[in-house]
Design a protein around this ligand. Structure first.
Ligand code: TYM
Length: 337
């Protein structure tokens, strides 16, 4: 793991993922894939956002395992700890501390407008807790602590990024330049993978219908079954088009995993039925995930290595983030320790 300080030359990238059980094909294609490809050209830092995850109830034993699995999966996806320190959010106390401060610079009205809050509070109407509401301030703290220039995310996180910029601008406006204003990095393909059962909704691990999502760790025959059951339309033409959400989504997935354009895919499957196309998408996804699954199985059985790595990651992240937190606390008027 590089101990070199973050320099002016390379831009800084930060992103995080929640360890809420299943990590989906949507997470991989919308975010993780980009995290991997950005590591050569930027200073990247990544985190498993376990503080965010308790905004919904977690079973402690399962949660502990999910955090470790999410960490191992990042490694398996190709995050290289030598290039991109990655850590577990709750191990770096500066996140919760800055989040509190930023809460005091975030307006009730702003948080009320967050569509993810509206969706999640509907879904978990028995537990609309304050953490769910202030979740975006913690996300802002994650990003601003590292002075990130860019944040690779799927489209669903764009609104949170905009709020992060607003909070940063507000703080900078009061106290002078303190935070870098981060930009979202959203790739042209894979930024919004839709549910396989209702392609007007995003693919989400919280969907109760297991056929709606593909998990990165699903077995090949499960993946194939899910693609074969994917909802399409009655036109039987493999081509991007209006009212063809299911096929558009499958073409999007195919294009993201193979690098082929939507037109090339349409030409390849001209005259062929949806059955053939779904099988081909299933196969392409299985082959994309196969090496990740193999690496995951190695890493998850090497707990000592994972512990060593996440400790180093947390030490690095703490050193870096403490500088920002110290600066913020001084500006706000806290006494030095
Ligand atoms: P999370 O854990 O829900 O998702 C992780 C990443 O996956 C992307 N994603 C998708 N992309 C395309 N299609 C989909 N169907 C799909 N579903 C999810 C998300 O956009 C995200 O990039 N709040 C964040 C975690 C977080 C974070 C941060 C992100 C905490 N702190 C700081 C960036 C920076 C979340 O819940 O993502």
């Amino acid at each position: 793991m590089s101990d070199a300080p973050v320099t002016e030359k390379k831009k800084v990238i930060f992103s995080a993922i929640q360890p809420s059980g299943t990590i989906t094909l949507g997470n991989y294609l919308g975010a993780l894939r980009n995290w991997v490809s950005l590591q050569d050209d930027y200073h990247c830092l990544y985190a498993v956002a376990d503080l965010h995850a308790i905004t919904v109830r977690q079973d402690p034993k399962v949660f502990r395992q999910n955090i470790l699995e999410a960490y191992a999966l990042l490694l398996a996806c190709g995050i290289d700890p030598e290039k991109s320190p990655f850590f577990i959010q709750s191990h770096v106390h500066t996140h919760a501390e800055l989040a509190w401060i930023l809460n005091c610079y975030t307006q009730f009205g702003e948080l009320s407008r967050m569509t993810q809050f509206k969706d999640k509070s509907q879904k978990h109407s028995d537990n609309v807790n304050a953490g769910l509401f202030t979740y975006p301030s913690l996300m802002a703290a994650d990003i601003l602590l590292y002075q990130a220039d860019m944040v690779p995310v799927g489209i669903d996180q764009k609104q949170h990024l905009e709020l992060t910029r607003n909070i940063a601008e507000r703080f900078n406006g009061i106290y002078g330049k303190t935070f870098t204003l981060p930009e979202p990095y959203i790739s042209t393909t894979g930024a919004k993978i839709m549910s396989l059962q209702d392609p007007t909704k995003k693919m989400s691990k919280s969907d109760e219908n297991v056929n709606a999502w593909v998990a990165v760790l699903d077995k090949p025959d499960t993946i194939m079954k899910k693609f074969k059951r994917a909802v399409t339309d009655s036109e039987a033409v493999v081509k991007v088009g209006e009212g063809k959400d299911g096929i558009n989504n499958l073409i999007g997935i195919m294009s993201t995993v193979t690098g082929k354009s939507a037109d090339a895919i349409a030409a390849e499957f001209e005259g062929k039925g949806y059955g053939d196309f779904k099988t081909a998408v299933g196969e392409a996804v299985i082959e994309t995930l196969r090496p990740i699954q193999e690496r995951f199985n190695n890493y998850i059985n090497n707990k000592d290595y994972l512990i060593e790595l996440y400790r180093k990651g947390a030490e690095f992240a703490l050193r870096l983030s403490q500088r920002t937190l110290d600066k913020v606390m001084k500006k706000v008027g806290y006494l030095p320790r």
